[in-house]
Design a protein. Structure first.
Length: 785
């Protein structure tokens, strides 16, 4: 990260130079501690057999360190190894196997019997379960691949005489067509085509067939390092631990190097346990002298070490001075003033830390939070960011800034010294807070420097009382069961205390505490209907409690439940539950045009719990709700309503009956004109009217057929209950009894003082004599004479 000014750029370049030097030192250490048995000459540790094998690497080695002279000249041999002139075949093959990646062990290692004798080398392969299945006697050419070792019997094998039957060894270093090519020592051969060498028997170990389970597997775990502390006294023991690597991998060992970076002296270097021991992930080291100690740990695999090993690093230090750490309190706010200059440590807007004249501003106030190891996290009150040692550096001139809190050792500070002369050092080292060049101008940088007891490093920590701003209630919304309270957040607050009282009470009582400096709402659902409540809110942090300013008040009323009692064509009737503390009830109707609830009725009186709404449209759906309202005791002019009731959906009835229009009276059913209806219709007043094609026939007089199949007498559009002869529209006279035509009637009927002969309900036109009920009458055209 590049700084924004020249000074910071200088620090950045210094850090780059320092890191470059460190990289060179690490490289030097790696060279110093490279095992001197890299060629396998002195490796006699008991390790697991190789889990992978590079036949090509073995063959390349073999071709490099032999010739095709057919003699025993040693000029082509690797001078890094001893040789056995005239009997160097097994020694040569062992070197090739190590070059291919096979691991030595307690039986096969440089110059052991198994290393330098061909018969014992083959027996070593036979004793290893991972190799024994790969041995083939008298193989075909296709069985032999590059890197495979071969063993020869010149004479006749004798059962039970092994290992003495094996006379020679070589290694396949090439293939020509289908023919393996063999290289060897004593006599020297290089890609020798007569690969069987006229032996009585030949054995090959087909290392090229090592199974995938014997290859590199699993990943090394990056060994994140943990120490019991970050600073130590000379002579103290440092307990070092790190993350384990999985035992299901081809883990070799952990390699630990501890270096005093002040003296460049390596204090320890080596494996921390036996090969394959994943539990050797700890080490105890006694601090021998003052200084900084860099701990490097590698998790090393058997195979492909360069690409698969994982390394971690950590630096600790000695205290470097005598004073003990100071405990000024567990949690407090304070300013940090350079005692000599009397300027204050300030977090600038660009997050850099400088000294400036005291301003009582939040960027000069620091929150000290003590940690379990005695250090402090020091958080700037304005930004909420922690005082930070840039990149954990400890060199003179390392910059100090504020950075988001991350629990790193670069943000943990020990306080040492005495009042007025406190030193502050980051727990990742011993360098202390320092005013650059002891400058006194506003904006002078604050950095880290080795302790020198100068005035630039001595500070006064002045505890401060933090005054939180007053907190104001901004809203009080009615909800089911109470109120939703809202307020303005207060800078520096970590929580809020909610207070409530009834209007009739004298004092407020704390209702609850709400965590979170940015939280600004709370729901109080434990209110009683008919009671006026007042609320206050106070901001709180770990150091102080602020005052309240504007409160809120409200009358709480329970919501009611509304239901329908009647729904007619143009009006409906509603009822609802009585609400305690109410002075009346507002009835609201939803207006579909404006999409808003409109208050349509004010029903006064707590106990008046019903109403009728008129002027509605027939066969129309309406939505209604009811709110109780009341006057709160805190302010007699303040009207408060309850939370909404349930929403009631009502549909008015459709019209049925006669309705007058400009074209006469028509019959409607469910609000629809019945133009297909012809017959009698009974009205609500009990009269029957004659309807034809939906319209009332107000001038009609005669006989009409009703939907029940009967015929009725209608006079001027209305059914008459007369008993008499009536003249129908067909010109005939019909006999009706109580308004109903009598189609089966036969007899004599009076009309206007005269008698008429009726047959099948109609006046007969017969002339002559007729007998009715045993009596004989003379009629002329139906009229009795």
């Amino acid at each position: 990260m590049f700084m924004n000014d020249v000074r910071k750029g200088k620090f950045h370049m210094a850090r780059i130079w320092k890191k470059t030097i460190c990289m060179v030192m690490v490289a030097a250490m790696i060279i110093v501690y490279m095992p001197n048995d890299i060629f396998g000459k002195n490796n006699i540790s008991k390790v697991k057999a190789a889990t992978t094998y590079n036949g090509g690497a073995a063959a390349n080695y073999g071709l490099t360190y032999t010739d095709n002279s057919g003699g025993t000249n040693v000029n082509s041999y690797n001078s890094g190894y001893a040789y056995f002139q005239g009997n160097d075949c097994a020694n040569y093959v062992s070197q090739c196997l190590v070059a291919g990646g096979l691991q030595t062990d307690g039986t096969w290692y440089a110059y052991s019997t198994a290393w330098k004798r061909a018969d014992y080398l083959l027996e070593w392969f036979r004793a290893k379960p991972e190799y024994s299945g790969l041995i083939v006697r008298n193989p075909s050419p296709s069985d032999v691949k590059i890197g495979d070792p071969l063993f020869y019997v010149w004479g006749t094998e004798v059962d039970g005489k092994v290992p003495n039957d094996i006379d020679h060894a070589g290694i396949c270093t090439g293939v020509s067509g289908n023919t393996p090519l063999v290289s060897a020592h004593s006599n020297n051969r290089k890609n020798f085509a007569a690969w069987r060498m006229n032996a009585g028997a030949v054995y090959v170990v087909k290392l090229h067939e090592l199974s995938s389970s014997q290859t590199a597997h699993g990943e090394m775990t990056t060994p994140t390092i943990t120490t019991n502390r970050n600073c130590y006294a000379v002579g103290e023991t440092m307990n070092i631990t790190w993350d384990k690597t999985s035992s299901q991998s081809d883990f070799l060992h952990y390699w630990l190097i501890i270096t005093n970076t002040d003296t460049s002296k390596e204090c320890y270097g080596g494996a921390t346990g036996a090969n394959g021991d994943v539990n050797a992930n700890s080490y105890q080291f006694t601090i021998p002298e003052a200084g900084h100690y860099r701990i490097n740990v590698w998790a090393v695999p058997y195979n492909d070490k360069d690409n698969r090993q994982r390394m971690a690093s950590k630096t600790v230090c000695t205290y470097g001075y005598d004073s003990e750490t100071q405990n000024l309190g567990n949690d407090f706010y304070a300013t940090i003033m350079n005692t000599g200059i009397k300027k204050y440590v300030t977090a600038d807007s660009d997050d850099n830390v400088t000294i400036r004249t005291g301003s009582n501003q939040a960027n000069q106030l620091w929150h000290f939070i003590r940690q379990s190891n005695g250090s402090y996290e020091i958080v700037n009150y304005a930004s909420g960011k922690a005082l930070d040692d840039y990149n954990w550096e400890q060199t003179n001139g390392t910059n100090v800034w504020v950075y988001p809190r991350n629990n790193a050792t670069a943000q943990r500070w020990f306080i040492r010294g005495t009042a007025g002369a406190y030193f502050l050092n980051a727990s990742c080292g011993s360098a202390v807070l320092d005013v650059e060049s002891y400058g006194s101008a506003d904006g002078t940088n604050v950095w880290l420097y080795e302790r020198n007891d100068s005035g630039a490093q001595k500070f006064t920590i002045q505890k401060q009382s933090i005054n939180l701003s007053k907190c104001s209630v901004t809203g009080l919304a009615r909800i089911q069961g109470g109120f939703k309270l809202s307020w303005q957040t207060v800078s520096g607050a970590t929580k809020y205390e909610i207070y409530r009282k009834k209007q009739t009470d004298t004092n407020y009582a704390k209702l609850t505490t709400v965590a979170g400096g940015t939280t600004n709402t709370y729901k109080d659902t434990n209110c009683v209907s008919g009671v006026t409540y007042q609320y206050l809110v106070r901001a709180v942090n770990n150091y102080t409690t602020g005052a309240s300013e504007y409160g809120g008040y409200g009358l709480y009323l329970d919501s009611t439940n509304v239901w329908i009692t009647a729904a007619l064509t143009k009006k409906i009737s509603l009822s609802w539950n009585e609400v305690n503390g109410a002075n009346g009830y507002y009835v609201y109707m939803y207006d579909t045009a404006s999409k808003k609830w409109q208050r349509v009725l004010d029903v006064a009186g707590k106990s008046t719990t019903s109403c009728t709404l008129s002027g509605l449209k027939q066969n129309t759906t309406y939505n209604f709700l009811v709110k109780a309202y009341g006057t709160c005791t805190y302010n007699k002019t303040s009207i408060h309503t309850s939370y909404n009731s349930n929403v009631l959906t009502v549909t008015t009835a459709a019209y049925n009956g006669m309705k007058k229009t400009s074209k006469g009276w028509y019959y409607y059913r469910n609000g629809v004109k019945q133009t297909n209806y012809t017959g009698l219709l009974k009205r609500t007043n009990g009269t029957w009217c004659y309807i034809k094609n939906g319209k009332w026939q107000s001038k009609f007089t005669g006989i009409v057929k009703h939907t029940d199949g009967k015929y009725y007498y209608v006079y001027k559009g209305r059914k008459k209950n007369s008993t008499k002869l009536v003249k129908n529209t067909d010109g005939k006279w019909w006999y009706v009894k109580k308004g109903v035509w009598q189609p089966k009637y036969k007899g004599i009927v009076k009309k206007s003082g005269k008698k008429y002969y009726v047959v099948k309900g109609k006046k007969s036109n017969k002339t002559g004599y007729v007998t009715v009920k045993g009596k004989r009458y003379r009629v002329v055209k139906g009229k009795v004479q």
